[in-house]
Design a protein around this ligand. Sequence first.
Ligand SMILES: [Zn+2]
Length: 382
Amino acid sequence: MSNKILPQSISPRRVLRGEKAWEHGKEIIPSICKRPLLLGRSKQTKNIRDFLYYELIQLGSNPIAAELKHDCCELDLAKIKTLVINNKCDGVIAAGGGKVLDAGKLSSHRLDIPCITIPTSASTCAGWTALSNIYSTKGAFIKDVILDSCPELLIFDYGFIRQAPPRTLASGIGDALAKWYESSSTSNASTDGLVQQAVQMARVLRDQLFIDSHEALLNQKSDAWIRVAEGCGLTAGLIGGIGGSRCRTAAAHAIHNGLTQLMHSKKSLHGEIVAYGILVQLHLEEVIEKNQLAQQARKQLQEFLKDLKLPTNLDNLDLKDVNIDSLRLACEFACRDESDIHRLPFKVNPNILLKALIMTKGQEIVVRLENNIEENKYLDRS
Ligand SMILES: [Zn+2]
């Protein structure tokens, strides 16, 4: 057995968080890069990026602005690479949601230049982690890439994040909750102290999200909002950093990765799909392991997700045209050999997963699926 010790990237080199964090963080930027590529995407955050661009010029920087056309996909990554090389950029500042942050981090990693992350929502912990997901131009998950390090600087400015729609915070809550449900199922038996501590941190984060999320979504000026936004954007990333590769994702994210193969309009956010994936994972634990606690946990979580208007069944996701064949393809993708779904303490195959997806069904879809199943007898296949 290999005894290779891999370096662990626990956190960004520097983190600035708070009201007007940008005002403090911007002073550090000239010591990191002089000609940054300022990367973003959505129209909603254009005003923030324009402000950052102007501020960078005031600081004596010479920035180049660029926008992702799609997701963190090879097509956009190739364009960023050309821009960085042609303009002799010496750093990337990624200002946006998870896909923009992932694209900025991965471009920096490949070009060996520093990355600065400025999240404009708390929808994921991508501003923190040494990991990027690569998608197709249509938003289908392809793979994740482990990076050499976390970002050089993370600026978590509450003012920028408050401008994001509340739905992004709810999505971040779904993604952050998955840390507990996934790490506890895969790593509870771990003898590694850091992994054990990361799992317990994930439990504390889950409890805090259960307590504070409702108020956080009602009142952006509340302390609860700060705790929840930082829990999603920062603590969730720290848990991944401390737990490392042995404390990674499990079924909830694997189900997300499978379902993105069917979504072409990008209406469902990452954490929304992951939240639904947690319910399916708990259902698997309930049915396969005969785990009564998983059943209780699923019912408790289901009510909580409903309160936050997060998806609790397939009908709530952007899957209107789904049929049994496409759903089966998603399950096959989720159960690929390299999938983290196989980190669960029991075996899962596409048939078992397909049944679980249908059990956590929506009314509209189930009628169509049940008709389909009758015709196809797919579920009897082994
Ligand atoms: Zn995630």
